[in-house]
Design a protein around this ligand. Structure first.
Ligand code: NAD
Ligand code: UD1
Length: 339
């Protein structure tokens, strides 16, 4: 089976390519490299000992996408391509609606035209807003507090509507919790542009000496130690969730919405402690005011993923921190300078 991986050069996409190829799928990467380096693909090629077909293009371009379908008989699409910076989405909402929502609509249109009607979509736990209780089940109420989150909610609805219009579509909406970690080789990983927004890359860059001090955003939440609690999931476990979804997707007769998390929450201070243990480095930190839009606690109930995908996360917090550290310490500047 040949799989089109949009955004395949990015953080989660690059890890997923490895597992797809190891599982016997053929892959074609489609990426405009707005938030990725070609070096990530080169490194994946080294790890899987084969070359990977990459088509540079934008999901908003019908012509760019048609080029893929003219060249390849695509059986299914794993759709990672999208913008993901919450703050930027507040400042530039149209950019997010155009890229994430319009881009997905164009992608689906070109897929349908070429009779490819299977899509696995990267959604996010952000669609649960501030949940009344945890762990979070898939049928919890949905809300979003920023354009990024709304773009995910809109795409979920677009894909459900598409199925209603034509039930040959096979749709899987995977709601990721907090992806962290890196491939165990330490050769691919997360390479954020500029100052990281997310906790794990900020911790890693502080440990390696690129950042002076980590700000812990709030220590007065109703949590174990007052700091925010999240469900961190190893990116390789997350990648495996996509392979399992693909293996089973033909049997899904209606759109499937599935949490991909571990079911275990850790606080910011617990993450710092684990990272220090894994890296042998000190992570200097200071308590700072709460970050606008943050919630106290967010973690998944992953029961449904186990039931319908036969999937559960295997890697714990020690492995997440050790693998993030290996990537960060081997590549203090990420892929930069290597393009
Ligand atoms: P990433 O930025 O590393 O990867 C996204 C990739 O898509 C990049 O390679 C980028 O160049 C490409 N891209 C963006 N817009 C494009 C366009 N218009 N046309 C073609 N390519 C385009 O991000 P990631 O962390 O790998 O996330 C992948 C997906 O998962 C995204 O949709 C993101 O919103 C979603 N997600 C990520 C997280 C997370 O914390 N990383 C959490 C929940 C959901
Ligand atoms: C953020 C996004 C969310 C997105 C998710 C995964 C916001 C408001 N939410 O969620 O939409 O789906 O990333 O990409 O941006 N923290 C610090 N110091 C830091 C960074 C983070 O203390 O420098 C804390 C946060 O307050 C939070 C925890 O660490 O308690 C995790 O933060 P982060 O990695 O940004 O993820 P989320 O807030 O869950």
């Amino acid at each position: 089976m040949k799989i089109l991986v949009t955004g395949g050069a990015g953080y989660i996409g690059s890890h997923t390519l490895i597992l797809l190829i190891e599982s016997g799928y053929e892959v074609v990467v489609f990426d405009n490299f707005c938030n990725a380096s070609k070096e990530s693909i080169k490194r994946v090629e080294k790890l899987v000992h084969q070359s990977i077909e990459v088509i540079e293009g934008d999901i908003r371009s019908r012509a760019n996408l048609q080029e893929v379908f003219d060249k390849h008989k695509i059986d299914a699409v794993i759709h990672f391509a999208g913008l993901k910076a919450v703050g930027e989405s507040v400042a530039q909402p149209l950019k997010y609606y155009d890229n994430n929502v319009n881009g997905t609509a164009v992608l689906c249109e070109v897929m349908a035209k070429n009779n490819c009607k299977t899509i696995i979509f990267s959604s996010s736990a952000t669609v649960y807003g501030d949940p009344a209780t945890t762990p979070i089940l898939e049928d919890f109420p949905l809300s979003a507090t920023n354009p990024y989150g709304r773009s995910k909610l809109m795409v979920e609805e677009i894909l459900r509507d598409l199925y209603v219009s034509d039930n040959e579509w096979r749709v899987v909406l995977l709601r990721y919790f907090n992806p962290v970690g890196a491939h165990e080789s330490g050769t691919i990983g997360e390479d954020p542009n500029g100052i990281p927004n997310n906790l794990m890359p900020f911790i890693a860059q502080t440990a390696v000496g690129k950042r002076e001090i980590l700000s812990v955003f709030g220590d007065d939440y109703e949590t174990i130690d007052g700091t925010g609690v999240r469900d961190y999931i190893h990116v390789v476990d997350l990648a495996q969730g996509h392979v399992n979804a693909l293996d089973r997707v033909v049997n899904f007769k209606e759109p499937m919405t599935i949490n991909l998390g571990t079911g275990q929450g850790y606080s910011v201070l617990e993450m710092i402690q684990s990272f220090e243990k894994a890296s042998g480095k000190k992570v200097p930190y200071q308590i700072a005011p709460r970050r606008a839009g943050d919630i106290a606690t967010c973690f998944a109930d992953p029961t449904y993923a186990k039931e319908v995908l036969g999937w559960e996360a295997k890697k714990g917090i020690d492995e997440m921190c050790a693998d993030s550290w290996r990537w960060q310490s081997n590549n203090p500047n990420g892929y930069r300078g290597l393009i």
